[in-house]
Design a protein around this ligand. Structure first.
Ligand SMILES: [Zn+2]
Length: 172
């Protein structure tokens, strides 16, 4: 949402000539760390209290302080250690979130790749659930253990999934 708004508001060539505001370590006193968008390297201020990311143009003490005072007045004049602790907690949480996302992406990817093999070989779609998955589960259980085999159960190769993968494939 936020990113859409930002790219929408600066979709002209002027963007390149406009200098980006830079992060300064002292902004941590307002509860802000720097975040880089994945598509470009524009530094954005991100609040460690509510995790909200502001625009690059807000990267200046007066605007950061305004966010702090309006949203988190209780954090005003807290020692820098207070914010450093928040950063540590915050980083741990984001790391956790991203590994969760990766995990889900891997499940989808696994379903897709396996479905593709089945489809390419011209085998009936049903063998995904009746043959491929049980076999994969046993292989994983023996090689990697029970815990890994449990993860495999989340991969779906049901008839519908294979059909969907195929449809997607054809569209590409
Ligand atoms: Zn905030």
């Amino acid at each position: 949402m936020k990113r859409f708004f930002e790219s929408g508001s600066s979709n002209t060539k002027k963007q390149k000539t406009q200098a980006n505001r830079k992060y300064d370590d002292s902004y941590l006193q307002f509860g802000f760390v720097v975040k880089f968008g994945s598509e470009n390297s524009t530094p954005l201020p991100q609040c460690v209290i509510c995790q909200e990311t502001l625009s690059n143009q807000s990267m200046k003490p007066s605007l950061l302080k305004r966010h702090q005072l309006s949203k988190h007045p209780e954090t005003e004049n807290k020692p820098i250690e207070f914010f450093q602790r928040k950063v540590t907690i915050f980083r741990k949480e984001s790391k956790c979130m991203s590994s969760f996302t990766n995990f889900n992406e891997n499940i989808v990817k696994a379903s897709y790749l396996a479905s593709l093999i089945i489809a390419k070989d011209g085998k009936p779609h049903t063998i995904g659930e009746t043959l491929v998955l049980p076999a994969a589960k046993e292989i994983v259980r023996c090689v990697l253990g029970d815990k890994a085999a449990k993860e495999i159960e989340k991969v779906s190769l049901s008839n519908d999934t294979v059909k969907e993968e195929l449809m997607t494939c054809r569209r590409i």
